[in-house]
Design a protein around this ligand. Structure first.
Ligand code: ZN
Ligand code: ZN
Length: 261
């Protein structure tokens, strides 16, 4: 096994993805309660006290809810940017084991290389991540209003991707959210629509791309069936038919995915 990843939860009520090599295990985001995160880890090969770190994309509750409790309980460090640290909700509590990173500067956790990069979102200092091990490259990138040139460059060449497909534009516009919130979601500091996400995927396609998880679907402004249909449309073309796809779920642990270089 070179690099293993498994989406434990995905959506506006909580996000967490397990990423492992044979000897290092980390979470990207910990946006469920610690109790729920432990329950979801029970459905994976990893026990909570085997975690070597939790890396945090930004301070919104759906990404940090359980990180303080889980870190204190398991003694594993939380890796976050200073902008995220300054804006953490008070419920997270103290982080005795914390490591501050800067976007653009890579670091290692065990034998995983982690490369944070800046994304555009309404948070203090939000980041996406490339995680590499043994020639395998995984990109985890949710909560971004726009796929900037930097985002496209960092996500290029990944073997696996966890990529936001937040909303269907029509459902958002016709939906129940107040006008201002609709504007925020659509803005450069909001979230990627299905259309944005699939356009980005077309841009990122390469022959070694193996697996894609469409993530952070809005329960109000999206419908997994729409995303599934877009996946089917994509897979009708020969260059996509060998790429495996999943849709991240809010209430269920997805199947684990193994990447080899
Ligand atoms: Zn989020
Ligand atoms: Zn967010």
């Amino acid at each position: 096994m070179a690099l293993f990843f498994q989406v434990l939860a995905s959506g506006s009520k909580g996000n967490a993805t397990l990423v492992c090599s044979e000897r290092t295990r980390i979470l990207v985001d910990a946006g469920l309660s610690a109790r729920e995160l432990c329950a979801r880890l029970d459905r994976t090969p990893v026990k909570p006290n085997e975690l070597n770190g939790i890396i945090i994309s930004h301070e919104h509750q759906d990404h940090v809810r359980g990180c303080g409790t889980l870190s204190r309980r398991c003694g594993c460090p939380v890796y976050l940017s200073s902008g995220t640290l300054e804006n953490l909700p008070s419920q997270v509590g103290t982080l005795p084991h914390r490591q501050v990173f800067q976007s653009g500067n890579g670091f290692t956790i065990g034998d995983l290389s982690v490369h944070p990069f800046a994304i555009s979102h309404d948070a203090g200092e939000p980041a996406g991540f490339i995680i590499e091990h043994d020639g395998c490259r995984l990109g985890v990138c949710t909560d971004l209003g726009i796929a900037t040139e930097l985002v496209k460059a960092r996500l290029a060449g990944c073997h696996g991707l966890v990529l936001e497909a937040n909303h269907d534009m029509r459902l958002l516009i016709d939906g129940p959210y107040p006008w201002q919130l609709k504007q925020r979601i659509r803005s450069r500091h909001g979230h990627l629509s299905n259309e944005d996400s699939f356009a980005l995927l077309e841009h990122l396609h390469h022959v070694h791309l193996r697996a894609v998880v469409l993530a952070h679907l809005s329960e109000v402004n999206n419908n997994p069936r729409l995303v599934a249909q877009s996946i089917l449309d994509l897979q009708a073309s020969e260059r996509w038919c060998r790429v495996s796809f999943q849709i991240g779920q809010q209430n269920a642990v997805a199947d684990g995915i193994e990447l080899t270089g």
